[in-house]
Design a protein around this ligand. Structure first.
Ligand code: MN
Length: 489
């Protein structure tokens, strides 16, 4: 069964607290949605504002393949604004629960049916396709819901949609509700909200119950806890429901997800299915080892399926297999001893609560690979005193050619004091410090510090690097490693 997908990112999704998109942003999202195969795009609610109508008009003027809908209440004024925006169709939203009819609209049920029928007539008279959405349908009397739908279909409505407006269905009750409506003589659609985290599950159950269309938003954004997540639902249909399919190009799903996250400013939780940062990331040594041997061991789908790539997170659970494969990807060939050393250093860093990024790993590997040279100078200890009322002072203990040497120095700051403490020793006499560059790699005040320096001896210039959680440590290690290389080569 081919399932149609209606995207309401630009309408229900834009009702996410704090989200407001410009015309250009809406147009970019609509074009991308059209490109990846959405059947229907709800572009907005024309009654809202002049700006909203401008956005919708820009979308309808593009000649996209998807049917473009405008949201409308069963009021001629709303429908007129839809017509002004030149939409193909309206999402005609008609509340059907007692709560909404009596407490919100304060009208009778007969009046509601009359409004609904007349709105459908008005739309059809003006050549619009009509999808009638029963708002709060999941808390409505099913017989009354059917009456509203049958009336609307009699008046020419093209599709009918059941809305679980406050997200109270469960997969079982969703299946039952849709199954009780499956004989209705029009395509049945489903609009779920995620208040209990069940929107995708309820949507899948609705399809089993007879729905042939569902509404969703990219990244599941929307009012309160949001709507059915487009990417989760579409990929679940593709992977888990063999009797159903959609026309969505799912290998583009990650791109559209990132686009919407960027433009709405609603970022994606790392553990979100399909599109979350960690959805295809592996850290544990056992998992990484399994993945490398056969990715099916710990992945229910390949990352490429949804336009992503697998990542091995280098952290304290890393094993040598995962680490070696990542090092190879970084172009680093290491022997078993070096690999173990790098692994140990990664774990030391991770135990300090740090995330080990590729840059960190590269720096750690660089350090290890250099440590394997015969170094004439080794740092044993460094102590620095600094503050706004004392002259920064450093004392260092080095092992130079097998002999322990203690020295001290002062400077304009702690790094300068440390380098001066080292510099006054004989062995450093011919070395010029020509460049000093520092980066906080991982962000935050507990970031890993990457220090890159350039040193000169005679006519030779080399760069060296130190990567440590402490800026003084990183600077001194970079300096000593550079000097060792100048002295050793
Ligand atoms: Mn909704």
């Amino acid at each position: 069964m081919k399932i149609k997908v209606l995207d309401t990112t630009l309408r229900d999704g834009e009702q996410t607290p704090g989200v407001s998109l410009t015309s250009m942003e809406k147009l970019r999202i609509a074009s991308k949605l059209d490109e990846i195969g959405l059947n229907y795009i709800e572009a907005g609610s024309p009654i809202t504002s002049e700006g909203e109508r401008k956005s919708i008009k820009e979308i309808t003027s593009q000649g996209l393949n998807a049917e473009i809908l405008g949201f409308s209440r069963p009021l001629n004024g709303d429908i007129d604004y839809c017509l002004e925006c030149d939409v193909d169709a309206v999402n005609l939203v008609v509340p059907t629960s007692d709560l909404h009819i009596f407490d919100k609209l304060k009208i009778t049920k007969d009046k509601l049916i009359e409004m609904s029928n007349s709105a459908v007539d008005y739309c059809k008279d003006h050549g619009l396709t009509v999808e009638i959405s029963a708002e709060d349908a999941s808390r409505s009397n099913v017989e009354f819901l059917k009456t509203v739908f049958l009336n609307a279909i009699d008046h020419g409505a093209d599709r009918v949609c059941v809305c679980d407006t406050v997200g109270i269905l469960t997969p079982d009750s969703s299946f039952e509700l849709f199954n009780s409506l499956r004989d209705i003589n029009a395509p049945l659609s489903c609009h779920c909200h995620n208040d209990f985290g069940l929107a995708v599950a309820n949507t899948l159950a609705a399809l089993k119950g007879g729905a042939v269309e569902f509404h969703s938003t990219v990244n599941g954004i929307g009012e309160r806890a949001g709507n059915t997540s487009f990417e989760e639902c579409t990929v679940s249909i593709d992977r888990l429901l063999p009797d159903f399919s959609t026309e969505i190009k799912i290998n583009e799903i990650y791109n559209v997800s990132k686009l919407v996250a960027r433009l709405t400013g609603v970022y994606i939780q790392p553990n979100k299915a399909i599109v979350g940062e960690n959805a295809f990331a592996h850290e544990s040594g056992i998992h990484s080892d399994g993945i490398i041997k056969n990715s099916a061991t710990y992945e229910p789908m390949t990352p490429e399926l949804v336009g992503r790539t697998r990542r091995f997170i280098i952290g304290k659970h890393v094993g040598t297999h995962g680490l070696n494969s990542r090092l190879k990807e970084l172009g680093l060939d290491v022997n078993d001893v070096q690999l173990q050393q790098i692994c140990d250093n990664v774990k030391i860093l991770a135990d300090k609560g740090k995330t080990v990024t590729d840059v960190d790993l590269q720096a750690i590997a660089d350090n290890v690979l250099e440590i394997n040279h015969l170094d004439r100078i080794k740092l044993i200890d460094i102590t620095v005193v600094s503050g706004n009322r004392v002259m920064p002072t450093a004392s260092v203990k080095l092992n130079i050619d097998g002999e322990e040497i203690l020295n001290a120095g002062v400077g304009i700051g702690p790094v300068d004091a440390s380098i001066n403490a080292i510099n006054s020793l004989d062995i450093f006499r011919d070395i010029d410090f020509i460049e000093y560059h520092v980066d906080a790699i991982t962000g935050g005040t507990d970031a890993l510090i990457d220090v890159i320096i350039k040193l000169k001896k005679g006519d030779r210039i080399i760069s060296a690097r130190g990567t440590e959680p402490d800026i003084i440590d990183a600077s001194v290690k970079a300096y000593i490693s550079g000097v060792n290389r100048l002295l050793g080569e």
